[in-house]
Design a protein around this ligand. Structure first.
Ligand code: COA
Length: 324
């Protein structure tokens, strides 16, 4: 019997502390005007000492389970996308598993930078289809504030912290564009461009935990080209016209990239979920956080077709098409 994955609930967590552009401009040679015009960002949430990746991920997961009307006993897998785990191991996913009181199944972290949530969703979808898991928490959780060089105005103004989660469960029958569920996912990577967005160190390198380094203009160019192709690919694979898409929930890296993808789909601006103004770029957390917001306020409703896309360090990129 064919199986597919249904998105049963979504939730998010944002740190309590809000840092505005003006706050940053007090200690950095930048301005609210520059940041808003180039990126669309007005503010970001920054994690406090107690707001670890595991803590935020757990809160987001609890919210997703609540929305799904599911208990921890229905979770048999946790896949957590992050570039900023609290520890190299154990995986942050296992910390979440323990905090939720889940003592069965499996849990692991996945590293695909800002595309992490799309990658994790694709892996979870595949495992559900294959019968390897039936209730999967897919989480993106990031504390980029801990890997930023706060003296580097070309990178530190762009990112924020947070976590988002979805709960997927198995349903009978094949995935189709008309039935609720994950319709398709498409993943890509091109390691030749690994040096345009990376962390210049690691836990394994003594005295060099690393900070984020980026060639912003190069990333921007790749994002526009690759994400446009990813959108086309998702539609073509399902023989859908762009008019079938009700909502675009894009990775939130730059308002100009988001607007370009909305235009590509011919979507009215109000059909594109935008959180970058308030959240900045929360990497793997940005899509589930945006989804949680738009589901929570009633914009995205059951039956709507949602297209998600992201590009990040690696380079990695991809898309997911989901009927809610
Ligand atoms: N405040 C003020 N000035 C700044 C600044 C800041 N925070 N950051 C950079 N500048 C300056 C630069 O030093 C440069 O000055 P110069 O011309 O005197 O050298 C000038 O602003 C223009 O910089 P540039 O890098 O050309 O700006 P841009 O229009 O390309 O915008 C980004 C920069 C980073 C906003 C843009 O390239 C971008 O969003 N790229 C994609 C990044 C991304 O998405 N990363 C995550 C992927 S998941």
């Amino acid at each position: 019997m064919a199986r597919h994955a249904v998105l049963a609930g979504v939730g998010g967590y944002l740190p309590k502390l809000i840092v505005t552009n003006d706050d940053l401009a007090r200690s950095l040679d930048t301005s609210d005007e520059w940041i808003r015009e180039r990126t669309g960002i007005r503010q970001r949430h920054i994690a406090g000492a107690d707001e670890t990746a595991a803590m935020m991920a757990t809160e987001a997961a609890r919210a997703a389970l609540r929305r799904a009307g599911a208990g921890p006993d229905e979770v048999d897998a946790i896949i957590l996308a992050t570039s900023t785990p609290d520890q190299a191991f154990p995986a942050t996913a296992t910390r979440v598993q323990a905090a939720l009181g889940v003592a069965r199944g499996f849990a692991f972290d996945l590293s695909a930078a800002c595309s992490g949530f799309i990658y994790a969703l694709a892996v979870a979808d595949g495992m559900i289809r294959a019968g390897q898991a039936s209730g999967v928490l897919v989480i993106g959780a990031e504390v980029y504030s801990r890997i930023l060089d706060w003296q580097d105005r070309t990178t530190c103004v762009l990112f924020g912290d947070g976590a988002g989660a979805v709960f997927l469960h198995a349903a009978e029958g094949p995935a189709t564009p008309d039935a609720p569920g994950v319709v398709s996912t498409h993943l890509h990577a091109d390691g030749r461009h690994g040096d345009i967005l990376y962390i210049d160190g690691a836990v394994g390198q003594r005295e060099r935990p690393g900070t984020l380094a980026m060639n912003g203009a190069a990333v921007f160019r790749h994002a526009v080209v690759n994400l446009a192709a990813a959108v086309e690919e998702a539609l073509a694979a399902n023989r859908l016209d762009r008019s079938a898409v009700d909502w675009l929930v894009p990775h939130q890296a730059n308002r100009r990239i988001i607007d370009a993808m909305g235009k590509k789909l011919g979507l009215a601006p109000e059909r594109v979920v935008v959180t970058i103004d308030r959240h900045a770029n929360t990497s793997a957390a940005s899509i589930p956080l945006a989804l949680a917001e738009a589901v929570g306020d009633g914009r995205i409703r059951p039956g709507h077709l949602v297209l998600m896309e992201a590009l990040g360090g690696g380079l990695t990129w991809g898309s997911a098409l989901v009927r809610m």
